[in-house]
Design a protein around this ligand. Sequence first.
Ligand code: EPU
Length: 356
Amino acid sequence: MSSRSESLMKKPEIQKNVNLASLNSMGVEAVAGEFIEIRDHRELAALYENHFFSRYSPLVLGGGSNMLLIDNPLQPVIKISIPGVHFDKEPDSSDTVLMRAGAGENWHQLVHSAVELGYGGIENLALIPGTAGAAPIQNIGAYGVELEEVFVSLTALNTETGEFEIFEKDDCKFAYRDSVFKRELKGKRIITEIKLRLTTSAHRLETGYSALSNYLEEKGIKKPATRDIFDAVVSIRQSKLPDPKDIGNAGSFFKNPIVDSETYTRLLKENPGIPSYEMGGGERKIPAAWLIDQAGWKGKQVGNVGTFKNQALVLVNMGGATGREIYDHAMRIRDSVKSAFGVDLQPEVNIIGQSV
Ligand code: EPU
């Protein structure tokens, strides 16, 4: 399904030499030669009509919370700030509601509004930094829930045809921190709106994650409501993840590696206490935080870059770090984990730069 309405186009303003330091959660200094803020999807249509996308491959920013800028981007930067939150009744279900959100909406604010209204499904995803439009790109997840579980569809501009296309869940090819928008369609679609299905009653609460169940038990909460889970997640995250407002970071820097059964058997023999999660087919997911911690990096600082004291998977800008410094530090960690455990770590954040 697609649509294009040329009569409804709006020309966006192009700004010159914009400092991106406050627009990326790592707090890295970088300057965009050309910067365009999009507040309405019709501005994207206008850019298309002006042949913008055949001349440039812009860097698209949401909340800037899952990227590392290594150099000044050479291409124009488009910041997606499309607002709007709507809740639509579902014609054939009184137990669910559809939430539509503009791609520029702050993710945590959405989670908060849903919880306030008594809607369930995304309470475990509280405090994840970033925007609604960025959420499907890496299929955000935390505390036993992934976005794909509530996802219905999204709208995105096809930058090659100028059409706004609808992607249903299957079209997105969601996997662990992954989707088609990180692979085949990377740089080819710009998400403008997402649609999620939330529960209005009979919520399916996910409390299996040990940090969560321990918290609820400690508080004596036996029958949690969505609000209790939201509060628990907020509290757990605040206790071990740094707030980007205080310390620059991009959440987990690496993905948790998934290893085959042979590698797992070897790792277990060499490290009897190694934590892991069963993935099916003999594969196991190993927490990268554990590997980095065991390799001696937790809480360690090199120059202006550090590994967070409460969570070894989070690289932090201790102040004034360049993107290159952070990248070099990440590669030192990757190499050290490789030589200690023979396991390859892959960055979870998007590395943006001309020379990597
Ligand atoms: N661990 C250590 N040292 C540490 C931290 C953790 O050894 O410093 C070990 C512990 O054994 C712990 C295990 O690693 O049980 C897992 O740690 P944690 O529960 O903190 O979760 P994670 O696997 O490191 C993932 C996500 C987070 C998400 C949490 C909670 C990835 C790459 N990261 O982290 O997502 O919040 O689970 O569900 O999957 C993000 O993607 O930016 C992010 C923060």
